[in-house]
Design a protein around this ligand. Structure first.
Ligand SMILES: CC(C)(COP(=O)(O)OP(=O)(O)OC[C@H]1O[C@@H](n2cnc3c(N)ncnc32)[C@H](O)[C@@H]1OP(=O)(O)O)[C@@H](O)C(=O)NCCC(=O)NCCS
Length: 159
């Protein structure tokens, strides 16, 4: 499948919402839909959300990037979700590759959080070279710990 990664617009709002809501992550955190959509709209309006689209301009998933989201210095992937029917086709990896391209043009380290129940996403990040640097208990929700993962800019890219 040919996909392009482009800046998200409000026309992608519903698809981004669906990608997140139809996941264990969305079910565990389950923000009220209108609240979640208003947060997404804010991310879109700030230019922080990028979407993967196919040849038909259909939105398949998104990534939310805050370039100084960690310690006001390092890039942070705030959210990543692919629509359920398009998972396991490399779209999440493509969105993460995009995140790293943007991040490593500005910084030497990049960060992501993953919930303790989200082993598949955790494995994906480890496969892509992220390492665990900490565990934060009860961060967003009582009873759920978040692993903090970091990736270093590859040596070959260090100038
Ligand atoms: C986590 C998530 C974003 C990953 O996206 P994805 O598009 O499924 O990821 P990829 O396809 O790049 O890689 C995932 C798997 O597909 C496999 N894969 C990658 N490219 C593939 C391809 N072209 N064909 C078949 N399989 C492929 C990978 O080996 C990987 O294997 P796994 O099933 O053991 O994990 C997605 O599962 C998701 O949206 N989950 C719900 C929300 C969520 O939990 N987000 C993470 C927040 S931290």
């Amino acid at each position: 499948m040919v996909i392009n990664i482009i800046s998200g617009t409000l026309t992608h709002l519903q698809a981004c919402n669906d990608a997140y809501v139809n996941s264990r992550l969305g079910q565990v955190y389950s923000p009220p839909e209108e609240l979640f959509k208003s947060r997404l709209a804010e991310g879109i309006n700030k230019g922080h959300i990028f979407v993967a689209v196919n040849e038909d301009h259909q939105c398949l998933g998104f990534i939310w990037i805050e370039l100084r989201g960690v310690f006001n210095q390092f890039p942070y992937c705030k959210l990543l979700a692919v629509k359920e029917q398009f998972r396991s086709q490399g779209i999440g990896t493509a969105l993460l590759n995009y995140f790293e391209r943007v991040s490593f043009s500005k910084a030497t380290k990049t960060f992501i959080l993953v919930s303790d129940f989200n082993q598949r996403a955790h494995q994906l990040y480890k496969r892509l070279g992220y390492t665990d640097v900490g565990l934060i208990p009860n961060l967003f929700q009582e009873g759920v710990s978040e692993h903090m993962l970091m990736k270093l800019k590859p040596e070959k890219d260090v100038t």
